[in-house]
Design a protein around this ligand. Structure first.
Ligand SMILES: Nc1ncnc2c1ncn2[C@@H]1O[C@H](COP(=O)(O)OP(=O)(O)O)[C@@H](O)[C@H]1O
Ligand SMILES: [Mg+2]
Length: 278
């Protein structure tokens, strides 16, 4: 069996690179330098596998608050691991409409990809053994990265990208355990089900840049995203997952970030850090 050549798909369980022994690192040194997308079609290959592959449930993630299933996904020519979250397994929340979390995860992927951040692993909405839900490529995390130390870094460009991405999607649940540093030095994030609320409710462990000027790289990306939000495919993708008001609120957040050019401050009257933070 072969698998897509995406860095993400390379990270499938069991295929991780040789680990270094000893003390856990906050991160690999090269992570301070952003990596660009491979641009080799591997993202498309991963999306094709997630969309068309046969889904075999192998287990349930017990740390998860929703029905989050660890699966194998395979076609004749490719195989990887993925997370499958059926809509039917979503825990009802007071502040998000029932049955919408899987769609929000797909919308988060669409925004991350269109902007070029690539902080969300390939994610699709599809049918599965427990009904429709989201399916996301599994990232084999580097066990030598100390994610608590990583979450506190202020000199990590991709982590900072993630903070800007979170501000755009209005992420209400950026926990340390939602940081996924892979074995190739790429940083992903997961669990974007509680994003895209209209009301400002950013809740994150990544406040180290609050009030600081956005880097030029972020401004460039936000301009790119501003354009992308007004045209297909992103406009059509978001229209399929979010309400028109939620899409409008997303555009407004991008406009606000471009107007003020600073990382946002914590919201008032809303817990600013997820609990537990891990
Ligand atoms: N795509 C992924 N790749 C690797 N690990 C993942 C992925 N998605 C989730 N996980 C792991 O599973 C845990 C639970 O998943 P999460 O998406 O947070 O579920 P829940 O919505 O129930 O909180 C995460 O904290 C993370 O450690
Ligand atoms: Mg979670």
């Amino acid at each position: 069996m072969t698998e897509p050549s995406t860095g993400a798909a390379r990270g499938r369980t069991g295929s991780g690179r040789k680990r270094t022994e000893g003390k856990k690192r906050a991160d690999k040194p090269q992570d301070a330098t952003p990596q660009e997308d491979a641009g080799d079609g591997s993202e498309e290959a991963a999306i094709a596998l997630l969309t068309e592959g046969t889904l075999d449930v192998e287990g349930r993630l017990v740390v998860a608050s929703n029905a989050t299933l660890y699966c194998k996904i395979s076609t004749d020519g490719a195989e990887a691991n993925c997370v499958y979250k059926p809509v039917a397994g979503e825990r009802p929340l007071w502040d998000f409409p029932n049955g919408t979390l899987a769609g929000r995860e797909v919308a988060a992927y669409a925004v991350s990809r269109a902007a070029g951040w690539n902080v969300v692993p390939p994610t699709v909405f599809r049918d599965g053994p427990f009904g429709p839900g989201m399916c996301q490529l599994w990232i084999d995390c580097d066990p030598d990265v100390d994610t608590i130390a990583l979450s506190r870094r202020a000199d990590h460009a991709r982590l900072r990208d993630m903070a800007v991405f979170d501000a755009v999607v209005n992420n209400a649940d950026r926990k340390i355990g939602h940081l996924l540093p892979d074995c190739d030095g790429h940083l992903y994030g997961c669990d974007h089900g509680v994003c895209f609320a209209e009301e400002y409710k950013l809740r994150t462990v990544l406040w180290q840049w609050r009030g600081r000027r956005l880097p030029a790289r972020a401004i460039e990306t936000l301009h790119k995203l501003e354009t992308a939000l007004d045209s297909d495919p992103l406009a059509a993708e978001l229209a399929g997952c979010l309400t028109p008001d939620e899409v409008t609120a997303t555009k407004l957040r991008v406009d606000l970030l471009l107007k003020h050019r600073v990382h946002p401050y914590p919201p008032e009257g809303w817990p600013a850090v997820p609990w537990p933070p891990y």
